[in-house]
Design a protein. Sequence first.
Length: 276
Amino acid sequence: MTTYAIGDIQGCYHAFQALLSRIQFNAKTDQLWLVGDLVNRGNGSLEVLRWCYTHQNSLKVVLGNHDLHTLVVAHGIVAAHRGDTLDELLAAEDCDVLLNWLRHQRLAYQEEDYLMVHAGVLPQWTAEQAVGYATEVEAALRNHDYLNFLTHMYGNLPNVWSESLTGIDRLRLITNAMTRLRVCTTQGEMEFKFKGELQDIPIGYMPWFDVPNRATQRTQVIFGHWSALGLQQRENLYALDTGCLWGGKLTAMDIHTKAITQVDSHPLDNPIKLSP
């Protein structure tokens, strides 16, 4: 059995299928870890979700910001953004089934010495703490009253963690850290506007994974979200969003050998030129 972690798909169904073919994925014996943002912006969100739903026993999935955005749009809580490509999915007869499955996915996944999240982990959180905090959000998403959480999920505050946080503020911060985080201060204060390259990070901030004495330094962390960062394979740190949607590549990593397999973006996934 081989386990592959795959970076942000974002509805790029043709590239996803090309990558599965290249790694010779066998759903009966292999496992895929998907780092979130399965859908939106590419043209194949419906096809990606249908494939994932069919092969769910071979998957470990964490939710990304685009996945959560899709749930919010589907329930009419916010309007679709310019550049969203969700119409086909939202009009599909199996939309409710697919989005119900998506809503029940995790925010963080831990196995052995690996932690997988979509965006990042606050520097003061251990892997075990991160998984524990993630379960609070997962419970809110799976609750019968999940629309209340989705309605109040958006917002940039609070942006500094405190164990004393409660209610929606606590859930919002946990969600933002795991699905939107790129940079923060040494104290873990998050900034959400920046999405560029390392040399352009605002003064006073740094990548969450470069904060000195980060509590997850000895945990192998797999994440995506930051396409401008590109492929990173550092000690115990693996960034796998390589910007397939923007004309880059879609990346898979064998989690045992760390071997990388990539395919080019596919023109059928994104015929209309977008900007990140």
